[in-house]
Ligand binder design. Sequence first.
Ligand code: NAD
Ligand code: UGA
Length: 463
Amino acid sequence: MKNKLIKNICCIGAGYVGGPTMSVIALNCPNLRVDVVDIDKEKIEAWNTNDLSKLPVFEPGLEKLIKKCRGINLFFSNNVEENIAKADIIFISVNTPTKKKGIGAGFASDLKWIESSARQIAKFAKGHTIVVEKSTLPVKTAETIKVILNSSDQNPSGNNGNKNKTFSIVSNPEFLAEGSAINDLQYPDRVLIGGEDDNSIKLVKDIYMKWVDQSKIITTNLWSSELSKLVANAFLAQRISSINSISAICESTGANISEVAKAIGTDKRIGSEFLNPGPGFGGSCFKKDILNLVYLCNYYGLKEVADYWEKVVSINLWQQNRISSLVIINLFGTLSDKKLAIFGFSFKANTNDTRESPSINISKNLLKEGAKLNFYDPKVNKKQILSEFNTESNVSICNSAIKAAEGADAVLVLTEWKEFKALDWKNIFQVMRKPAWIFDARIILDKSLLEDIGFKVWSLGSS
Ligand code: NAD
Ligand code: UGA
């Protein structure tokens, strides 16, 4: 398969990874045609919308890329079969959530979307196709994909008049973070490519070399690449759980978590990033990927290693529950018939993604105590917020911060949206019931300024 000319790329899965990643590839590789396909009709319609503010993914800089590339060398469609058939390289970017039932439920990744993608590739691909694992996967998934691709059931020799159907598998995990995805893709710290044959690795590498310096492209064997993705997320999440655990000691001792984070982060060996304390990590991946790692460790008989990593997840939940309890205790031990304003529902700023957002768990704890909740988030719509709760009773969605604060006993800042810093807090104080509380779980507000206005303020990690 040497010197294969790559002309057509297909990406299966038009989600938070598939959409932005392929947009950046299309931008940097004008000679390639990039087709992003998905089984979700509504999502594809949204990717093709003329009103770019309605794209299914909100990411700073994404609209500009779509405007530049869509319809030129970037296409979104539901034509899965047709685009698989003409692709030289297929990226699989489908979802890999935690299994909800059966063996490994609650820990292992559910690979049913990976399996169905592999079966479709086996059936419709033609000639030699490089299949790239872009989704985050358990180590050894490439083995499973290989078996499916080569099974005679899916891939009968001579089917489609194609006797020479062959595949190579490459692992190319994605490290983008939501909210900064376009920048992360355009200027990555590294690109990781794992594979078994040098030629396929080279062909995938050639794509990235159009805009990424060769020194930043790391090549490994398949299993190191698959495992490195899980480990990178585990290490990042571990830092957050570490700093959050220390936030509690700060509250008990008079130390200040922001000062401690700065003091330790200036040590080059520790580094200053990912030391922001908060209401725990959210997002679709940290928890799922660590639990997946935990499952793998147990599978290979490494119980101590599994227990070590599982603690990162349990501290995360503990932090959320701890914050909920502190709110209840400070509001005289009961939330019955009290109104609380929740500022921020996305799992971090600059995204409309709410998967595993700490706001969800904290809000559920407060609802259980009888609170009425008013939500305000600059980017998450009403339908999305309501979908996280079984009931609409005691849940109101507001279109401004001031509306959400009306008559409330407390405001909880759970996402670090920039606009929360610039709110007219004097005005907010006026419309709240007194004593008016602010629980700043992201440490983004000026505590003494708020206290001067008259608020009672709880700020994470200080007394
Ligand atoms: P997502 O849910 O936003 O998108 C996945 C898409 O795949 C969905 O639109 C779904 O309809 C589609 N799909 C599923 N099966 C399909 C099939 N057989 N054919 C066609 N389309 C199909 O998920 P995501 O956030 O983009 O994550 C995708 C993968 O990337 C996951 O493994 C995740 O762990 C990993 N990842 C995510 C991020 C992130 O920031 N979200 C970052 C790095 C890696
Ligand atoms: C994370 C990783 O940063 C990406 O490298 C990875 O590709 C991605 O997961 C993935 O595999 O899905 P993401 O979840 O989009 O990206 O966003 P992060 O910036 O990592 O934030 C995750 C959560 O941790 C958020 O809830 C955020 O508020 C929280 N966080 C982050 C903190 O509480 N403190 C910090 O210092 C940093």
